[in-house]
Design a protein around this ligand. Structure first.
Ligand code: ZN
Length: 283
């Protein structure tokens, strides 16, 4: 099942996309796809309503698609989680996950413009598999318990300003939390439909040129391990997002590759999770 949110920012209507590509509104089931919806078993209620055939069709042609989760509580990111990306940045392959936080208000829709921050000359891209938490995960006993806490998966663009990230501060946060720096979606795809999260091709192009072409099987720490690991240090709550790292092919890793400029178009896709497309504009 694929959940989505349709409409202008702050006024999105929750919806579900069925196997035939038809979109149905789910406002009879929930006011939004948010923390309360996920925490109360809302996904199962949508599944029942879809099976019962009682949901109204929703016209989405020409309408904005929002992020598939409203106001996530936090966005936790994992850095250097693909061997080829760690190597291209000159970083050692980590022995433990590299964890940092991203301001959750950076989350925008999958086709919304991305703003190049004022003063930026190194705005970069990162296609990533995003994990959305469905039920609270706290001190999980083992990675095997992780699956029961995952609501689904989505595409994430962990947009990064490399000068702010690496040259202005010892911590990465400054270059990760600029406005619009986390396009998410178009859908929240439930685990039964997404399949094995470690067998998904992911790719990104800039102005039609392929820059990243990876596979989640090459993650150093897999999804189950990351959810378990993070739960040892923080409480993961419904609606929280984990960006699980990016494969090789970012501008930082390819000397001579131009960073993003206004007018550039970035396209991202992950097998089964849809596509994103953003145009860069100046903040
Ligand atoms: Zn990242």
């Amino acid at each position: 099942m694929k959940l989505l949110r349709v409409g202008e920012p702050g006024a999105e209507i929750p919806a579900v996309l069925d196997g035939d590509g038809t979109v149905f509104g789910i406002t009879d089931v929930t006011a939004d796809v948010d923390v309360a919806f996920l925490a109360s078993g809302g996904v199962d209620r949508v599944r029942e309503a879809l099976a019962a055939g009682t949901l109204p069709r929703l016209e989405v042609e020409g309408r904005r698609i929002g992020a598939p989760v409203s106001r996530p509580g936090k966005v936790v990111c994992v850095g250097l989680n693909y061997r080829d990306h760690a190597e291209e940045t000159g970083a050692a392959v980590p022995e433990r996950p590299v964890v940092f936080m991203k301001d959750a208000s950076t989350v925008v829709g999958p086709y919304d413009p991305v703003r190049i921050p004022r003063g930026s000359v190194k705005t970069d891209w990162e296609v990533e598999l995003a994990v959305v938490i469905g039920t609270q995960a706290r001190y999980l006993a083992s990675p095997a318990e992780a699956a029961g806490h995952i609501a689904g998966y989505a595409i994430s663009n962990d947009v990064s300003e490399r000068e702010f990230q690496l040259e202005y501060s010892a911590q990465w946060d400054l270059g990760k939390s600029c406005e619009t720096f986390n396009p998410l979606g178009p859908w929240l795809v439930t685990p039964d439909e997404a399949g094995d999260p470690q067998a998904l091709g992911l790719r990104l192009s800039v102005n039609g040129e392929v820059r990243q072409d990876g596979d989640t099987k090459n993650m150093i720490f897999d999804v189950a391990y990351l959810v378990w690991y993070l739960s040892q240090y923080m409480v993961l709550r419904p609606g929280d997002v984990i960006n699980t790292g990016t494969p090789a092919g970012v501008a930082l890793g390819l000397p001579g590759t131009p960073y993003l400029r206004a007018g550039d178009v970035v396209e991202l896709s992950i097998d089964g999770l849809g596509t994103q497309r953003q145009t860069l504009i100046n903040a």
